[in-house]
Design a protein around this ligand. Structure first.
Ligand code: HEM
Length: 458
């Protein structure tokens, strides 16, 4: 069986020139990745005054992510896109500023703390399923998944939506992604980063709105004091660097919480949306995932930690989804000192792109690079972990990876146990700006599973 080949875009047969690159970057960054990025471990080129290298092989990625990490700080362009909203928080900080925050925040996301949040995630998964059941006609899946993961983050970080207008905050996030989050023409022409970009100016109001709301939630928590179940915000307020006991300032707390809210829910919602789209188009995989999830849930309305352990195929589906549509498909790094990657000399001020999207669909590393096959991640299959890097790698690997996987597994298992999904519109195209989104919206027909099925009866 060839399996379902989900939508992709045809890469240009050679690296694009300056004007074509500028146009493509505004429309869809995936349109800039040349054909040879999928057959070679490194591709180098020049756009305007800047020299760049795209790396999509395990050896090169290991060097940049881990073995020579000090030489490859995050690129100014990426940091500029985020700084107005998240300052110098964990994601954007470098050197000692990064190190102390990482030491303080890593324990916040320990397995024990994250597992303690599972019951809150289960409640939000149940609410998401009830919302979907009430929709009349085809369901806009990305919108529903954004709502579900936003609900999780409100619940685990901000004590629900009581002090927090989710509609207003959601609209501000969208505005932020459409303005500040778009690579600007000036970035390609290498204008100094202190020159304000048009998108940055347009996005300032959105950032102010988001900050005001998060600050209010933190203030409210301080006033309320301890009591009730602990959540992410409580853990963060108590976080300290183990060696020095240093604690977060109000600004550190605000910026980090802001990052968790924006990054944590968008990425996970996109993974869930792509997963449902592919299952809707692959009935055999959906039957298997659905039957297993329904049996795991029995009569429970939503999955918890125990149920997801009994539905491991849903996790394979998610891993395969993160391979084909890694929400963060391309990362950029600056170069401090001369280095070698494969047969190339990398010079100071070059830009290195860590091309996760091409790594995951590379002709040399994968037998069926573009086919959706969750058995790629069957437990017995041997794997090189450097070929599957949806959460990055090395010391700066995603600190929220286990949080993201837990919420995604709980939501996906719940939805598969309760519903069947079928296509109800044209297949969308993957479009990458900061993240890889399906455009247009994923529309699916959703029908409840028969009661016998949902109870796991024969
Ligand atoms: C499917 C969901 C997610 C994906 C695909 C994802 C992906 C990534 C990637 C690729 C990086 C590395 C960036 C780099 O090296 O430049 C990263 C870092 C990070 N992620 Fe995630 N992420 C996800 C969910 C989350 C969640 C839920 C949170 C928090 C609640 C989070 C917080 C962070 C933070 C704070 C960093 C920076 C870590 C550091 O630099 O030390 N992410 N993420």
């Amino acid at each position: 069986m060839p399996g379902f080949v989900p939508p992709t875009i045809t890469p240009p047969d050679r690296p694009l020139g300056v004007m074509a690159s500028l146009r493509a970057v505004r429309e869809n960054v995936l349109g800039v990745l040349p054909d040879i990025a999928f057959t070679q471990p490194i591709v180098s080129g020049r756009t305007g005054p800047g020299r760049w290298h795209m790396v999509q092989g395990a050896e090169g990625l290991r060097r940049v992510f881990r073995d020579n990490i000090e030489n490859y700080p995050k690129s100014e362009v990426m940091i500029r896109m985020l700084r107005s909203a998240v300052g110098r928080s964990l994601f954007t900080a470098e050197g000692p500023e990064w190190r102390w925050q990482r030491r303080a925040i890593a324990p916040v996301f320990s397995t024990r703390n994250v597992m303690a949040l599972a019951p809150l995630m289960t409640r939000t998964a149940e609410r998401a399923a009830d919302r979907i059941a009430a929709v009349d006609g085809p369901v806009p899946i990305v919108r529903e998944m954004l709502s579900a993961t936003f609900d999780v983050i409100c619940e685990v970080a901000l004590s629900g939506r009581d002090h927090f207008d989710a509609e207003v905050y959601g609209a501000a996030i969208t505005k932020y992604f459409q303005t500040v989050g778009r690579a600007s023409l000036l970035d390609f022409l290498d204008a100094p980063h202190w020159v304000p970009r048009p998108g940055e100016i347009l996005g300032r109001g959105a950032v102010r709105t988001m900050h005001r709301m998060v600050a209010r939630a933190i203030e409210e928590r301080r006033r309320r004091g301890p009591g009730g179940a602990e959540d992410l915000l409580d853990y963060m307020m108590k976080a300290e660097e183990p060696e020095t006991g240093r604690r977060m300032t109000e600004t550190d707390l605000l910026h980090n919480m802001q990052f968790f809210i924006v990054a944590g829910h968008e990425t996970t919602a996109l993974a869930l949306s792509w997963a449902l789209l592919m299952l809707a188009n692959d009935p055999a995989a959906q039957d298997r995932a659905g039957a297993e999830a329904a049996a795991a849930l029995g009569s429970a309305p939503a999955a918890g930690a125990a149920e997801i352990d009994r539905a491991p195929y849903a996790e394979q589906v998610l891993q395969e989804t993160l391979r084909l549509y890694p929400p963060v498909g391309l990362l950029a790094r600056n170069v401090l000192a001369e280095d070698r990657l494969y047969d190339r000399t990398i010079l100071p001020n070059d830009t290195v792109f860590l091309n996760i999207y091409a790594l995951h669909r590379h002709r040399l590393w994968w037998a069926k690079p573009d086919v959706f096959d969750p058995d790629t991640f069957a437990p017995e299959k041997p794997r090189d972990r450097w070929l599957h890097l949806p959460f990055g790698a090395g010391p700066r690997i995603c600190v929220g990876a286990n949080f993201a996987m837990l919420q995604a597994r709980i939501i996906l298992t719940t939805l598969l146990a309760r519903f069947r999904f079928a296509p109800a519109g044209a297949l969308p195209t993957p479009v990458m700006h900061m993240t890889i989104r399906p455009e247009p919206e994923v529309m699916l027909r959703v029908t409840p599973r028969a009661p016998g099925e949902a109870l796991g009866a024969a």
